[in-house]
Design a protein around this ligand. Sequence first.
Ligand SMILES: NC(=O)c1ccc[n+]([C@@H]2O[C@H](COP(=O)([O-])OP(=O)(O)OC[C@H]3O[C@@H](n4cnc5c(N)ncnc54)[C@H](O)[C@@H]3O)[C@@H](O)[C@H]2O)c1
Length: 271
Amino acid sequence: MGEFDSKSVIVTGGALGIGGAASEAFAHEGASVTILDWNLEAGDEIVARITSAGGTAQFVHGDAGTSKGCRSTVDAAVKEHGGVDIVFNNVGIQPPDSYVDAVELPEETWDKIISVNLKSRFLMAKYSVPHMRKAGGGVIISSASVQGLQSMGGVSAYAASKGGDLSLMRQMSLDFASDNIRVVCVNPGAIDTPLVRNAIAGTGGNLEDELLATGKAHPLGRIGQPEDIANMVLFLASDKASFITGSYFNVDGGLMALGAWASTVGSEGSG
Ligand SMILES: NC(=O)c1ccc[n+]([C@@H]2O[C@H](COP(=O)([O-])OP(=O)(O)OC[C@H]3O[C@@H](n4cnc5c(N)ncnc54)[C@H](O)[C@@H]3O)[C@@H](O)[C@H]2O)c1
């Protein structure tokens, strides 16, 4: 018996990274998983892996930043898995060439990041909530980011998308509370995924050195693993979290506990 037996779960950007870990973890716990991803090869591979381990999964090849991609994913979940109980809005992009200020950022890059990272949340709610209502409830979880809470230079579109994700989560939690639909966010710190590895590659830095340095910036002294986020997502999706809605949860090795002065005064504290 798995914790998510008979549940239909959608994971957007569910083929690799954090989404991949969550897709496999949900399937391991008995869920029927519908994975939306634009990476055809990775999507086919993860479905084959889940199926050969005895799980249930299907792949929808599409763009989560479009109405067509989101609607066809919900339709596939309803058709093959009988409805939609849980949506993990995980998809997100931070292209290496987007690390510039707002003056330098091409308008098309802004539009793309906002569509994939934020509009996809609206679209998935638009198409999945009617099915959740019919079933008497559901859970919507998004991968926002610590960058929705604090910021750094050169990430205007990404930061805006993540702040928007947190705000939309709070808002939708109110709209859908009376439908017994819970809406929450998880804020990862740095997690070792293709997104982070590509970002490091974009800077021309040494990959292993940069991963180590990134880990050291976290009070727990290591970079996170996709499973660290998947564990929290499964908890939030479960009945153990049945009184939780409208909140975010940092899974960041203590990063958000650091004061703004931490990098200047070191571990002896600020007085
Ligand atoms: N990795 C981190 O350190 C970190 C930190 C904070 C927040 N996050 C957030 O967590 C989420 C997952 O990040 P990740 O690091 O696993 O990313 P990733 O790039 O490693 O994986 C993302 C997945 O989404 C897919 N994808 C990208 N754009 C798509 C689109 N338009 N349509 C369909 N599929 C698409 C990719 O093919 C890939 O399978 C994102 O929302 C990201 O912003 C990540």
